[in-house]
Design a protein. Structure first.
Length: 341
């Protein structure tokens, strides 16, 4: 009897000690679990949920911390639950089901380095953009929120000597766009029923043999804020319909959506002949490399600027570059284009 009381008394401190670890593990797990439901269920979520969904890649941080706290807490159910949530976050961070290029045997007809930049109402440093074009051998540049002042600045910085072909519609309200190219450009049209100007052009790249023809859309979807979330969905749906068309295709620009949005993944799923389009950044394993915000907002960075290609186009050298003056980074990659289009 003299030994029973000390043994029982010894259990309580250990129980209290395990609770010290378990409670913060639970507090970290709850928001991860809620946002995981939003990520997993492809519903038309309200605006706040859509915005929070953008930050899904960063859930791996609290999910991992919850596991580390749950282990010394010695509650088996909590350990397994936090481990399962962490595993889900890793799967979303490095998805196995993303589209991959499906190329024909043999060398590509041509290679093209493409770059996109949202200039934030034309405030991006023109010299910085031209420097990136020159240093990376960019043959195609798309600009969103293009202004006349930026167009003049790019010309003064020497862009016309590098990319002499241009189709542009500058504005002062964020709806402007521009496409610069070292190769022949032909205007095809614009994506209908979108507030921002999204032109579609046909680019012909001459190679050693037959030329490669690439249809390019300069993307600028409306951001999912307040009542505009419905228009955001409409913009992405219009891009999805465009993705279903056959041929060599590049959708490049500011989608205002991440891979974690069901609307963006639906766009990728809508590729020609039942094949997936390829989000080059996701395929390169660069989901934690942000493209926005580079300045201004104090938020975890997210990838909302993308290069999306048809599955017959292979990509390499995906990179993200900061450009002074704008809250978006420039994104670029080198595309291997098959002959024809």
């Amino acid at each position: 009897m003299t030994f029973t009381a000390p043994a029982a008394a010894g259990v309580r401190p250990r129980s209290r000690w395990s609770a010290v670890w378990a409670v913060p593990a639970v507090l970290l797990t709850l928001p991860v679990a809620v946002l995981s439901v939003v990520r997993a269920v492809p519903a038309e979520w309200p605006t706040l949920a859509v915005q929070l969904q953008s930050f899904t890649p960063w859930l791996v941080v609290p999910a991992g911390a919850a596991v580390l706290l749950a282990i010394p807490g010695r509650r088996r159910f909590l350990v397994w639950m936090t481990a399962a949530l962490a595993a889900v976050q890793l799967f979303w961070l490095f998805p196995l089901d993303h589209g991959r290029s499906i190329t024909e045997a043999g060398a590509p007809a041509a290679k093209l380095t493409a770059m996109s930049i949202n200039s934030e109402f034309g405030q991006a440093e023109a010299a910085g953009i031209v420097r990136l074009v020159r240093e990376n051998g960019v043959g195609l540049l798309t600009v969103q929120e293009h202004s006349q002042a930026l167009e003049d600045g790019l010309a003064a910085a020497g862009l016309s000597g590098l990319l002499p072909n241009r189709i542009s519609s500058p504005t002062d309200d964020g709806a402007g766009s521009a496409i610069y190219s070292a190769h022949r450009l032909e205007a095809v049209g614009v994506l209908p029923d979108t507030p921002f100007h999204m032109p579609i052009v046909r680019l012909t790249v001459e190679g050693a043999g037959a030329p490669a023809v690439l249809e390019v859309t300069n993307v600028h979807a409306l951001p999912p804020v307040d009542v505009r979330v419905d228009q955001w969905r409409s913009d992405l749906a219009a891009l999805a319909r465009l993705s279903a068309r056959p041929g060599n295709r590049l959708l490049i620009g500011d989608f205002n959506a991440t891979y974690d949005h069901a609307e963006f993944r639906a766009l990728l799923d809508a590729g020609p002949d039942g094949r997936k389009m390829v989000d080059v950044g996701t395929a390169a394993g660069m989901r934690l490399v942000p493209t926005w915000p580079m300045e201004g907002h104090r938020l975890p960075g997210i990838a909302i600027d993308h290069l999306v290609t048809s599955p017959g186009i292979a990509a390499s050298g995906y990179a993200v570059h900061r450009v002074p003056g704008t809250d978006h980074a420039g994104v670029l990659a080198t595309l291997s284009l098959p002959a024809g289009g």
